[in-house]
Design a protein around this ligand. Sequence first.
Ligand SMILES: Nc1ncnc2c1ncn2[C@@H]1O[C@H](COP(=O)(O)OP(=O)(O)OP(=O)(O)O)[C@@H](O)[C@H]1O
Length: 257
Amino acid sequence: MTRHELGPAAPVGLQPRDALLRVRELDAWYGAAQILRGVSLQVGRGEVVALMGRNGAGKSTTLKAIMGLVRRRAVDLSFMGVPLQRLRPFEVARLGMGYVPEERRVFTDLTVAENLALGALPPRRWPGGEPAATWTPDALYTLFPPLAPLRDRQAGTLSGGEQQMLTVARTLMGNPFLLLLDEPSEGVAPIVVDQMVSMIHTLRARGASILLSEQNVPFARQVATRAYVLEKGVIRYSGALAPLLDDETLRREYLTL
Ligand SMILES: Nc1ncnc2c1ncn2[C@@H]1O[C@H](COP(=O)(O)OP(=O)(O)OP(=O)(O)O)[C@@H](O)[C@H]1O
């Protein structure tokens, strides 16, 4: 792997050439139907990587397979050097992998503040001992300003976009080393999309690492530097995002509807 592929932030406590998340030849199934075939990807510390492709290409399934939510098999599937194959989803989450599914999941009867409190986990340290980013409700209200005046409101009364923000915020309360975001820009108003863009910029500035599934090209262009493109469960492109988006043929083949 080249240094460029690892992104600008030098890993501390990890070997410089090590990836935070390493996926090699991942297969996944729903029942008897094989959906992913030999998916290989890596996310380095401080990187924002986009997993792209049309509807049904296998983006969500890849994130679910990493978390252990679908049946999967891989030559290597490891997070900070820990093999994930035998771990259940809550054990993967406990290692510091935050997963935000496509469908929003908030506790509708609880307030915004109570939802955040439920996501709280103790602070983490990188393998070298350096403290990892730690999130508090106040820091998250700054990250998502629309949530601040809603802290005492029942989450069920929030708009879709606000619930989307709350889902991400609650996941951040677990202080994850890596965030898996499934289509953060889907089905929300343009203003919320802008909020997601600025959230990712802020997270990135704080050294966070993100793997996001996305088919919204303008969104991906604003937040990610590297991309993998899936088609029918197979990786068709891996590399820098800019050349992919600038290549009309590649775009037409794998991205445009
Ligand atoms: N629960 C399920 N049972 C069976 N097949 C499924 C299930 N969920 C998804 N699939 C199939 O797996 C394939 C990949 O779906 P996946 O949701 O991973 O695609 P995607 O790239 O995330 O697209 P989308 O943006 O539509 O979510 C599709 O053919 C889909 O029909």
